[in-house]
Structures are given as C-alpha cells and as structure tokens.
Design a protein around this ligand. Structure first.
Ligand code: PAF
Length: 274
C-alpha cells in the first residue's frame, strides 16, 4: 500500500495500466469497504482507494463535523493489502479552485427518500464522484448497495455524462445481527446499538408481509411498528420498483424496501430486495 495526497502522482502510476479499479470512500473503513476493495483487486490490474470526507454532500454542518474520521487506523488497515494505491486528498487537490457543487438534473428520483430528506446531497455526491472518475479514468468503480439510491444516481451520472466506466454494485455486508455495516455505527452507544437491530428486523418483516399484502398495507404495518419503538425515529419507509426509480436507466424490475431512521442522534439507512 502506498498513500498519496496528489492525484497527479497517482495518474503517473496508472496511465499505462490495462485496468484500474476505483473504490471511493469517506474513510472510517470497515469490513464493507474491505469487501469492495477485495472485489476491485480481483477484477483489476491496479486499484485506487480514495479516502475523502466530501464536505459538499453534507446538508448539515453538524453532521459533517461529527462524521467519523480515523485516517491513521484506515491506513493501518490498508497496510496489509499490498499493491493498492490510496488517495488521501485535501480539498485543494480534489476541487482545485472550484469547491462548488455542480447542479445536476437527475429528475424525480433525486427528489424522493435521501434526495427529499437531504436536499442537495446527491448533487454533492455526483460532483465528487464525477471529479474522481474524470481524474483517474478507471475501468471499474465500486459502490455498496447499502446506499442503493446513491448507486442508481452514480449509474445515471455515468450514462448521462457518457463516462467510460463500469459501475459495480456490491452486496451489503452485515454484522451478526443483520445491521448493515456503516462508518456511522461506531457512533452508536450500546443501548442505541441494540435498538439499531430494528432496522433489519423491519425490512425482513416487510419482506414477509409483502408476500401476502399490498404495498400500502405493508407500508402501514411497518410504519406503525416503527413508531412504537422507543428512541427510534423513522424518517421514511418506502417500497419501490428499481426499474421505476430512475427512468433513465434500463434496470430490470426488482422490488426493494428502503428505510431511513435516527437512533438517538445517529442516522441509519438500509434496504433489501423483497
Ligand atoms: O458512499 C460514500 O462513502 C460517499 O458518498 C462517496 C461515494 C465516497 C462519495 O463521497
């Protein structure tokens, strides 16, 4: 593993390589990130892992301040993986003189769920991801399905901007009780950690109910259940057909249940195929 803070140094290393895999992260690495990195290593000649907490995608200053950062530990975890390139930029290297959110128009799907609850979030994500993709011109870029709406956003971005990269969605990695791995999990205290187990419980319950109930009945039942849980604030629960989520992509029909909540002050999201 070698870490660089200048993208120009990395470009020199990868510009003659057959296939480059990019794994964009915001650090505080966990097993979920490591699974993306392992997949990237198995499919590319060189792999770049970026670690950058992108200020443009936070619609709340406090959330940005509190976002977990642990660069020392991240680099230690990556140390053992030989032959990867780690990009740890400062704001200036990534945005140069232009630290501004680009305004995209991705249509309806950026106005629901995460797009509705976090206005401007997706423009911030797309801005940094487009910068990284144009910078390194990777053959493949890897993103987790936990942020499923983000995955669709990035696929849409790539198609609209006609970027030559294949976006690889990777399965969510979970803790033993089913909680989706997330950098934010380490901010939960022990009682919040127990309550967080309800996220996957509700999704699995929705999957079971949906076999014999309508979408509206399932949603009603899950929302009612969620409202009874102490210290669990539901932000949204949705059941959506992926093929309708972004009209721009030709995704196959697939029904997924999506949830976002706050446990104490910590925001958690998850989704499963139902
Ligand atoms: O999913 C994330 O960690 C971030 O949204 C990403 C894709 C690295 C962009 O900052």
């Amino acid at each position: 593993m070698r870490a660089y803070s200048s993208h120009k140094d990395i470009i020199k290393l990868v510009n003659k390589v057959d296939s480059v895999g990019l794994v964009p992260t915001m650090g505080s690495l966990h097993e979920g990130h490591l699974s993306l990195i392992r997949k990237a290593i198995s499919e590319n000649e060189k792999v770049i892992v970026s670690i950058y907490v992108n200020p443009l995608q936070f619609n709340n200053v406090n959330d940005l301040k509190k976002y977990p950062r642990d660069i020392k530990n991240d680099l230690q975890r990556l140390e053992a993986i030989s032959d990867i390139i780690v990009y740890v930029p400062g704001d200036n290297d990534i945005y140069e003189k232009d630290k501004k959110k680009k305004k995209y128009n991705f249509g309806h799907f950026t106005k629901i769920m995460e797009g509705k609850v976090r206005p401007g979030h997706f423009d911030g994500v797309a801005t940094v991801v487009e910068k990284l993709l144009r910078m390194f011109n990777p053959s493949n870029a890897y993103f987790g399905e936990k942020d499923f709406q983000q995955l669709i956003l990035i696929k849409t971005l790539v198609k609209k901007q006609e970027l030559k990269v294949s976006i690889v969605g990777c399965e969510t990695i979970r803790e033993d009780d089913g909680l989706a791995m997330s950098s934010r999990n380490k901010l939960l205290n022990s009682s919040e950690r127990t309550i967080a187990g309800n996220v996957i419980r509700l999704l699995k319950k929705a999957k079971k109910l949906y076999k014999s109930s309508t979408k509206e009945e399932t949603k009603f039942n899950i929302i009612k259940d969620a409202l009874m849980i102490e210290n669990f604030n539901l932000e949204y629960f949705e059941i959506l057909d992926i093929s309708e989520l972004s009209g721009f992509l030709e995704e196959e029909k697939e029904i997924r249940a999506f949830i976002a909540c706050k446990v104490g002050k910590i925001r958690l999201i998850d989704n499963i195929k139902i």
